[in-house]
Ligand binder design. Sequence first.
Ligand SMILES: CC(C)(COP(=O)(O)OP(=O)(O)OC[C@H]1O[C@@H](n2cnc3c(N)ncnc32)[C@H](O)[C@@H]1OP(=O)(O)O)[C@@H](O)C(=O)NCCC(=O)NCCS
Length: 177
Amino acid sequence: MGEWVIEPATVESLPDILQIEEACVSSPWTRKMLEAELSGNRFARFLLAKRMTPGGAGLSSIIGYLCFWVIFEEVRLMNLVVIESMRHKGIAKALVSQALEAGAGQAGMRALLEVRASNHAAQGLYHSLGFRDVTTRPAYYTNPLEDAVLMELDPIVSESARMTEALGHDGGRITPL
Ligand SMILES: CC(C)(COP(=O)(O)OP(=O)(O)OC[C@H]1O[C@@H](n2cnc3c(N)ncnc32)[C@H](O)[C@@H]1OP(=O)(O)O)[C@@H](O)C(=O)NCCC(=O)NCCS
C-alpha cells in the first residue's frame, strides 16, 4: 500500500476537514457550510486523502480533501485542499481524477470550476488535467477581493485517454464504471 489513500468522506470527517480548511484557505468554509454540504446537499460529494500511520493498524490522518457536485451532466469542483507538507506528491491530481471518474460514472459530461486568478498552482494542476480557461469573472472573490478564472474540461476525459492522445492516438471519454 502507498503512503496515502483516497476514500469518500463521512459526516464524522467534518472536524478534520474544517481543520484543513482553516489552516490552508484564506476564506475557509465554516462548520455550518461544511455541514450543509456533507448532509444537506444531495448533489455534493466529498473525497478525502488520508495518510496511513506507519505500523498504526489502520490509523490514518486526513491530508487533503475535495468537495465536488455532480449536477446531472455537470461536474462542478467546489473546494480542493492538500496540507502544505504533503503537496507536490500528486495527491490533488489523484483527488480530481477520481472525482472526474465518479462524475462520469453518474452521467457527468463536462467539468467546471472557478479559481483565484493569482492561484497559479491550482491552475497548473487543472491545466495538467486538460482543463482550459473559459473566461474571467471580475471581483468574484472576497477576502481578498480578486477575479476568478472559469475553467472547463469538456468532454471529461480520463488521464490515460489524454496520454494516448498526446502520443497521437484517439482520445476518449471516461467510460462510466
Ligand atoms: C493547489 C493544490 C491543491 C495542489 O495540490 P498538490 O497535491 O500539491 O498538487 P499535485 O501534486 O497533485 O500537482 C499536480 C500538478 O499540478 C501542478 N502544480 C501543483 N502545484 C503547483 C505549483 N505550486 N506551481 C505550478 N504547478 C503546480 C503541476 O502541473 C503538478 O504536476 P507535476 O507535479 O507533475 O508538475 C495545493 O497547492 C493546495 O491545497 N493549495 C491551497 C488550496 C488551493 O489553492 N486549492 C485550490 C482551489 S481551486
